[in-house]
Design a protein around this ligand. Structure first.
Ligand code: ADP
Ligand code: ADP
Length: 241
């Protein structure tokens, strides 16, 4: 399960009603599939994510998960259904253990073994005893400076612990050192397995791994298909990246 569908969605930001972002946008992400969304800057990729997370609701149309309008779902339930990993991971100035536990809908119900398992699967177990450093707050003598790839793996462990049906990957920036890239990639693959994945794609490599690519343009999904089909088209998929 985890079928995600945008049905005839229209949306304009309340402050800019004259400039709609989406008009009758429809997109189906079948359960367990990987959909990459590409589109030029300003085409609405972030807005699509905001609607899914219910920072805003569509003006008309519905977004459904397994046939249920997300507006009818309990917000905590919705939060549990959707996991996110951004390329700019947000970590808090607390132990890495607590940073991972934050992913759980009910952190109090999380056991140490759950956290260790998530950390192992995310290739983050080796530094679970450390504290993140380099944020706004001082963390004390145990503090270590984490690399971008390590922070990423903590974010992945957090998402693994949540065990969401739907995974949102926003690859806005991808400044990973080559040394870490394999470990992050492996962790991400474990996280994606068996879930419905929506990738806001900025790199061609992720598009190749997706089951389908949706091209966002002119207030709706202009095209949707396998990347090999889209590569042949006149507009050129590359220019959308
Ligand atoms: P980006 O390519 O980073 O999305 P944008 O220019 O589309 O750049 O938007 C940058 C940020 O500014 C957005 O995330 C949004 O929160 C905010 N923003 C953009 N346009 C407006 C606006 N008209 N009113 C309020 N906030 C806006
Ligand atoms: P993308 O992620 O594809 O770059 P966005 O979803 O960030 O596109 O933005 C789509 C359009 O919505 C842009 O024209 C942007 O300026 C506008 N926009 C984004 N956020 C806001 C906001 N909070 N209020 C008004 N306009 C916004």
């Amino acid at each position: 399960k985890g079928r995600l569908e945008f049905c005839d969605v229209s949306f304009a930001y309340p402050t800019r009603k004259e400039a709609p972002i989406f008009q009758n946008l429809s997109l189906l992400v079948p359960a367990g599939s990987i959909m990459a969304v590409v589109g030029p800057s300003g085409s609405g990729k972030s807005t699509l994510v905001s609607l899914l997370l219910r920072l805003y609701d569509p003006d008309t149309g519905v977004i459904t998960i397994d046939g249920h309008d997300i507006r009818d779902l309990n917000p905590y339930w919705l939060r549990g259904l959707i996991g996110t990993v951004n390329q700019e991971p947000v970590l808090f100035s607390c132990s890495i253990r607590d940073n991972i536990a934050y992913g759980a809908v009910d952190p109090d119900a999380v056991t140490t073994e759950d956290i260790h398992q998530a950390a192992r699967d995310a290739n983050a177990y080796g530094f679970i005893q450390t504290f993140p450093k380099g944020f706004d707050t001082v963390v004390g003598e145990k503090g270590v400076l984490l690399s971008g790839g390590q922070k990423q793996r903590i974010a992945i462990a957090r998402a693994l612990l949540k065990n969401p049906k739907i995974l949102l990957l926003d690859e806005a920036t991808s400044a990973l050192d080559a040394e870490n890239e394999f470990l992050v990639q492996e962790a991400l693959e474990r996280l994606m397995e068996g879930r419905t994945v929506l990738i806001i794609a900025h790199r061609l490599s992720t598009i190749q791994n997706a089951n389908a690519v949706a091209v966002l343009d002119q207030r709706h999904i202009a095209e949707c298909g396998q990347h090999t089909e889209l590569l042949g088209n006149r507009e050129g998929l590359f220019r959308r990246l």
